[in-house]
Each structure stands twice: as structure tokens, then as C-alpha cells.
Ligand binder design. Structure first.
Ligand code: PEP
Ligand code: MG
Length: 759
């Protein structure tokens, strides 16, 4: 049974269209259960009807045409009860409903199971046969199991509007919504240009080199051409991209060096392979190495290598880049948008991008962000063949794409764009103003930093300090622990750029979902395992090197160095970590460096730290709440698991009460208290945290100007009234709605995405 089940699910998953998937289901289920009839009835989105969507064994002419009103017949009873109905003789059941044209009279036995996804009944799977006998337990169990797995396929079809094609003669329709991930914020209207890689590595055959010298020369020429192209593109983007992003081109150029990819290819050619084959094999090896890495950021770097390989291959094959016409409002669409595709578009003509693959961490998304171009990544259901030349809307806030938008939808989104442009211009004027409420309450707005490019983005937006330097990010992009000097120089670059502002350096926070490729940690429950401070206390040599690098980087600067400890769950961890920082401090002073003693702080990220906030506050110079993790641990919801994403609510009453407690304890001990989780950058979060007395709100640079505008537009007294109301509420939903209403009523609706009319 298990083999059969797997086979059906696999076949259905691989079906080219939704219609074909449905036909496969009925055909294979009928064969698997050796029954006479199998049908799928689907609930029409937004209608009280079931459609006779697929069938084997009844009148084929009515497939896709016959409908059943919800409330009539056994099918809808299965849907309403949300459980199987197994009958020896269906016609005896009081809810039996006879549809003569379908031709089911001869079939007596009936088994219907609901198809349910995320608590919603999407349809009913039915098997029938002539013989008057109940389907046996194993048959019922088989159908229930299968239906639970098929539900995801049907839900996906519904999500991208394919279900409508079964119900609607006018399909494809307007405003076809395609869901994805919010890759880079913003909204764009434009015309889709579907790009495919110009050539493919897979098509290259393995063959011996006929003439080694010729192969080597051809390869060298191709590399030189690609180098020239990269330099030209880099110059073209020199004005529009920050310095750190431009460094990506250098990374590409380095990959073409003799001690990297180019060297490896030459070696293979010298061993007798022809240039194209050698290139293919070297690129594959490198890509494979990246793909095996656990870290998603690094895994996605494999795409960069492949992209580079394709560029060289195109030159080897003398394929000039296929001339594509780019309209002035191009929305780049592809299975995988590569760096070359993005940079191959004439300046000023790219409005947005949509990629089937990739995620928020993909370099393309990072680049799009830096270029101010909205991006939707991971749009797995993207119907590529339908989108070339189509009018599209890219909503990078919500991670959604609309194809063939109506005039009304376009006008709505155009209004959002106009508003965003106007708003950004206004916000720019606030850059050098302090964040003070209308009644004079000062809040410090700092940034969370870690990715290349963050320095200029943060300073451009008026950041007053670094509230969280995620030091693990540079550790993740290496193939070994970075040396003390490498760390010092990177930290110094940030500290100098921010001088004389304070800089908060978090000690290495690996484990959980953050793995180092060269230091694998394999655990059943990584979020409850060897994470953050637990790792570095067990490896004082790693902790000490990092603390020394932080102290030395700060040498001679005025900016205050704040060392922050992640994942603290017990007092002894603070004591041990403080001892190590003191040891590092003594060492660097003895070595003659002019360093100031750093401030030491603790992240409040787990419930035990909330309950011991008072004792912790006594022990350290500052507390900083990591609300991303605190929410995850308080609500027992994995922050990375999309299946429970709806339960992850940062304004959950329990979380807000915990946050208020932490602030109270810190205030009682006169210890500085801040927050560096995502909540600080949301409108509701910023208002409530300010009301609780959080002195530092640290967030990503993109949100900072908006939060400044928000807090400068309200009174703390009003925020405290909102907080008092919120703390009496029982659900996150209620709090969310109330805060949105208050912001809109206070004339701050521009910050509430749902305030914009959404289709
Ligand atoms: C947090 O947990 O809120 C936090 C800021 O740390 P990270 O997101 O890096 O885990
Ligand atoms: Mg954290």
C-alpha cells in the first residue's frame, strides 16, 4: 500500500497541469482499489457548489460541467462533516441525491473522503462500486491517507488560480494572483520579460581535447571576454549600487582567477579534456560543494558559480547574448533569475523581478533590495509560459505577483507607488533629526547589521548606532573560523564607519538554523540544543579570539563597544562569559593596545531570562530583547516553519506582557534596555515598546526612517494609553486590529499595509 501511495503522490506531483493531475488521481486510485468508479469533486472557490472535476467510470461528458449544490447529496455531506462516509448502499441514505445524467445508478457502495488543507475542505474524493458491500478498513484508510497528501496539490492549484480554469469558461482571467516570498520591498507595475539561461551546462558533452594549445587559448579568450563584461557592468552600476554590493563583481572576477575556477579548468584541459567539458565539470564540482552546505545563504551561492560558468560557456560556444527587447518598465521573470540577467538590463529599465527559485537570502534578492527594485522570490507556482509580454504587478511587501491586472487594480497599485515615492522623499528629510515624540520622549534608533552593504544603507537612513551586529554572518561565508586579525579588520571597518556612535557586537550566535559549513552541528532539536552562548562557552578559544578582535577593533575610537551575549538562559552563563571578556581585556591591555573596557549586555531571548530579568539586569550594563527568538520560545512555534507560521504572533498578549516585565525589571535596576528583534521595526511594535520605556529600538535599515516618522508623529502619553488597552486584550488578532485602527485614526495609515485596498 505504501509503495502505491507514494507512487500516486509522486505521479500527481509531476503532472504538467492541474487537469492532468486530477485525471491521474482518479485513474490511479481506481486501479489501486480495484473499484469501478473514482471521482474528484472540488469545491468552487467563493461558490456554494461542488464541481464534478475528474472521473473514471461515469459519464465522461459531464466532467468539468456538472455541479452539485453544497447541501445536497452525499458528497456535500462528506464535506460538511469533514469526515469519511462509507456506505454499503448509497441509495438508502436519506441524503442520497440522484443526478441521472452522471450515470451512477448501478453503483451501490459509496466511500467519500474529504480533501482538507489547513482546516478547509477543498473537495471530496469518492470511490463507488456495484457490489453492495462496505469498503473495508484498509481501503478507507488508504483513501484518507492519500487525500491528506493530495490536499496540498489542490491547495496550490487554488492559490495560483488554476482551479478557476476548471470552473470558468473565461479563464485565464484578470488579476491572476501568484504567491511567493517577499524578496525585496516595494511595488512595481510593468511588463513581464521571461528570461531563460542562454545555454546549458547539461548540454555539454564530455570529450577529449583534440589540440591542447587551441583549447587552452580558446578558454583564455573566453575568460578575458567575461572579465571585460564584468568590469563594464560594474562600471555601469557604479553609481546606483553601494560599494559593498559592487564588491560582488570583484568576487566574480576572483572566481576567474588562476587559483580558483579558471585554474581548475586549465588543469583539466591539460589532462586532456576539451575546454567546454572541463568547464562543465569544474562548475558542477563547485556548485555541488555549495549545495551540500547546510547554510541557506551559502547554498544559494552555488547559483552565482553556475551563472559565471554559463557566461564563460556562452563565450566558448561563441553565443552572443540573445538580444532581448527590454521595455522601459521591465519585470524580469524566470525559473531562476541570475546575476547576469539582472545586470544585463539597461539602466533605469528594470522595475521588478520575479523568480521561481531562491529566497530572501539569494544574492539577487539582496541586489534587488540594494537597487530599490521590488522582488518576489520562491514563486514556485509561477506559470512562466503565460507571463512573457504580460502586464504584471510585483508586490514585494506581500510577496505576490498579479498577472493581467484589471485597470482598477493597476490604478490602486499605481496609487501605492505614488504614495511610496512621496513618502520616501519626505522621510529623507528626517535623516538628521532625532527620534523624539511630540511630547519630548527620546528614543534611540539603531540598526541590525551583518550583510555586506548594510553600512552605507544604515548611515544613509540616519542610524544612530549599531544595536546588533550579527557576527555569525561573516563566519558563515568562510571555509574556516576567521582569524583574530580578519575579524578585527572587519569589525574595525564598521566601527570606523559608525564612529563615534555606539556599536553592539553580538558574540557568535550559531546553532539552531545557523550552521557553519566547517563546524557542523547535528541535533534532533537544534533550537533547543547547542546554540549561541552554549557553543562559545564550551569553546572558550573561539569566544576569546572574538572578544579580543572586538576590543582591538575598538582601540583608539570614541564609539562605545557593547558586547552582547546571545541565548542566555542561566546566570552562570553570564558570569562565565563576563570572566572571558575580562580575560581578553586584560590580555589586550597587557599587549599594549589602548582599549576601553566594553559594556557587557545580555540578550533576553528565552522565557527563563524574562523571569530572571531582574538578576540579569543587576549583572550587566544593558539588556536587549531578541524578540524573534523570545516569541518562538514563548509560543513554542518554530520561527522558520511555514506550517505553523500563523501561530507565530509577535503581538501575542503573552509576548507583550513578557516584554513589559523585562522593561520594568531593567528600569528598577537602572539598566539600559533595548530590543533588536523584528518587532522593533513594525509600527505597532515600535509604539508599544516606546510606551514600555525601551530606550533603544534596533531594526533593519529599511524600516528605520518609517519608525522615526511614526514616533515623531505621536505622543508618548497616547502610546501609553494604547499599551494599557492592549495589555488587557486576550488575543494577538484583537491587538493587531486595535493597533492598526489606532494608527489609521491618528493619521498614520501610510504605515499600515492593509490600509491600502488589497484585492
Ligand atoms: C532575535 O532573536 O530577536 C534576534 C535579534 O536574534 P536573531 O534574529 O539573530 O536570532
Ligand atoms: Mg536570536
Amino acid at each position: 500500500m505504501l509503495v502505491l501511495l507514494r507512487q500516486i503522490v509522486q505521479d500527481v506531483g509531476a503532472a504538467p497541469t492541474f487537469g492532468e493531475a486530477l485525471r491521474l488521481i482518479v485513474r490511479e486510485v481506481r486501479a489501486a482499489l480495484n473499484t469501478e468508479v473514482c471521482s474528484v469533486y472540488l469545491k468552487a472557490p467563493g461558490r456554494n457548489q461542488y464541481l464534478f472535476a475528474a472521473n473514471e467510470g461515469l459519464n465522461p461528458e459531464l466532467v468539468g460541467r456538472a455541479t452539485l449544490e453544497d447541501g445536497a447529496g452525499l458528497v456535500s455531506l462528506v464535506g460538511r462533516r469533514a469526515e469519511p462516509i462509507n456506505l454499503e448502499d448509497a441509495s438508502l441514505h436519506p441524503r442520497y441525491f440522484h443526478m441521472p445524467e452522471i450515470g451512477e445508478e448501478p453503483f451501490n457502495a459509496f466511500l467519500g473522503v474529504p480533501i482538507i488543507h489547513h482546516r478547509q475542505v477543498l473537495g471530496v474524493l469518492v470511490v463507488q462500486h456495484r457490489e453492495k458491500r462496505r469498503f473495508d478498513e484498509s481501503e478507507e484508510a488508504f483513501l484518507v491517507t492519500l487525500s491528506a497528501q493530495l490536499a496540498a496539490v489542490i491547495a496550490r492549484a487554488e492559490a495560483v488560480g488554476e482551479m478557476d480554469s476548471l470552473f470558468d469558461a473565461d479563464y485565464p482571467k484578470e488579476n491572476l494572483k501568484i504567491p511567493g516570498l517577499a524578496g525585496a520591498p516595494g511595488v512595481a507595475l510593468g511588463v513581464g520579460v521571461v528570461m531563460h539561461p542562454t545555454t546549458s551546462l547539461d548540454s555539454v558533452r564530455d570529450a577529449p581535447a583534440e589540440n591542447l594549445t587551441v583549447e587552452l587559448m580558446t578558454f583564455d579568450r573566453a575568460v578575458a571576454t567575461v572579465r571585460g563584461d564584468l568590469r563594464r557592468i560594474s562600471e555601469q552600476f557604479a553609481q546606483s549600487l553601494p560599494r559593498e554590493e559592487l564588491a560582488l563583481f570583484d568576487a566574480y572576477l576572483h572566481m576567474l582567477d588562476d587559483d580558483a575556477i579558471a585554474g581548475d579548468v586549465r588543469q583539466r584541459i591539460r589532462r586532456g579534456e576539451w575546454a567546454q567539458g572541463a568547464l562543465k565539470n569544474v562548475i558542477r564540482e563547485h556548485v555541488r560543494r555549495f549545495q551540500q552546505m547546510e547554510d541557506t545563504y551559502l547554498r544559494e551561492r552555488g547559483t552565482d558559480v553556475e551563472d559565471l560558468g554559463l557566461r564563460v560557456l556562452a563565450c566558448l560556444q561563441d553565443i552572443r547574448t540573445h538580444k532581448v527587447h527590454f521595455p522601459k518598465d521591465t519585470i524580469l521573470v524566470g525559473e531562476e533569475i541570475t546575476f547576469s540577467m539582472l545586470t544585463g538590463i539597461p539602466a533605469g529599465q528594470l522595475r521588478g523581478l520575479v523568480s521561481k527559485r531562491g529566497a530572501v537570502n539569494s544574492h539577487v534578492a539582496i541586489l534587488a533590495h540594494a537597487l530599490g527594485v521590488p522582488a518576489v522570490m520562491g514563486a514556485v507556482d509561477l506559470p512562466l509560459h503565460q507571463l512573457d509580454g504580460e502586464a504584471l504587478i510585483v508586490d514585494g511587501h506581500y510577496g505576490e505577483v498579479y498577472a493581467n491586472p484589471s485597470a482598477k487594480l493597476k490604478a490602486e497599485y499605481q496609487a501605492v507607488i505614488d504614495e511610496e515615492v512621496e513618502f520616501a522623499e519626505e522621510l529623507d528629510e528626517l535623516r538628521n533629526l532625532p527620534c523624539v515624540t511630540l511630547d519630548g520622549w527620546r528614543v534611540l534608533l539603531w540598526v541590525n547589521i551583518g550583510l555586506p552593504g548594510d553600512i552605507s544603507r544604515s548611515l544613509d537612513r540616519g542610524a544612530e548606532g549599531i544595536g546588533l551586529f550579527r557576527t555569525e554572518v561573516p563566519f558563515m561565508t568562510q571555509d574556516r573560523f576567521p582569524s583574530e586579525e580578519e575579524q578585527r579588520s572587519l569589525y574595525r571597518e564598521h566601527m570606523e564607519a559608525f564612529e563615534p556612535r555606539p556599536v553592539t557586537m553580538r558574540t557568535l550566535d550559531i546553532g539552531g538554523d545557523k550552521a557553519l559549513p566547517y563546524f557542523p552541528i547535528s541535533e534532533d532539536n537544534p533550537f533547543l540544543g547547542w546554540r549561541g552562548i552554549r557553543v562559545t562557552l564550551d569553546h572558550p578559544e573561539i569566544f576569546l579570539v572574538q572578544a579580543r578582535a572586538m576590543l582591538r577593533a575598538n582601540s583608539g575610537l570614541q564609539g562605545v563597544l557593547r558586547i552582547m551575549l546571545p541565548m542566555i538562559s542561566s546566570m552562570f552563563e553570564v558570569e562565565e562569559a563576563k570572566k572571558l571578556v575580562q580575560q581578553a581585556y586584560r590580555e589586550v591591555v597587557e599587549e599594549g593596545f589602548k582599549v576601553k573596557a566594553p559594556l557587557i549586555g545580555v540578550m533576553v531571548e528565552v522565557p527563563s531570562a524574562v523571569y530572571q530579568a531582574r538578576e540579569l539586569a543587576r549583572q550587566v550594563d544593558f539588556l536587549a530583547v531578541g524578540s524573534n527568538d523570545l516569541t518562538q520560545y514563548m509560543l513554542a512555534v518554530d520561527r522558520n516553519n511555514p506550517r505553523v507560521a500563523e501561530l507565530y504572533r509577535d503581538v501575542h498578549p503573552a509576548v507583550l506582557r513578557a516584554l513589559r516585565e523585562v522593561a520594568r525589571h531593567a528600569h528598577a535596576e537602572k539598566t539600559d534596555v533595548g530590543i533588536c528583534g523584528e518587532l522593533a521595526g513594525t509600527p505597532a511594535g515600535a509604539v508599544l515598546l516606546m510606551a514600555m520605556g525601551y530606550q533603544v529600538l534596533s531594526m533593519n535599515a529599511t524600516n528605520l526612517p518609517k519608525v522615526k516618522w511614526l514616533l515623531r508623529s505621536i505622543k508618548r502619553a497616547a502610546a501609553r494609553r494604547m499599551l494599557a488597552r492592549v495589555l488587557r486584550m486576550e488575543t494577538a488578532e484583537e491587538i493587531h486590529r486595535y493597533m492598526e485602527g489606532e494608527l489609521i485614526a491618528a493619521g498614520l495609515g501610510r504605515l499600515v499595509p492593509s490600509h491600502h485596498e488589497k484585492p
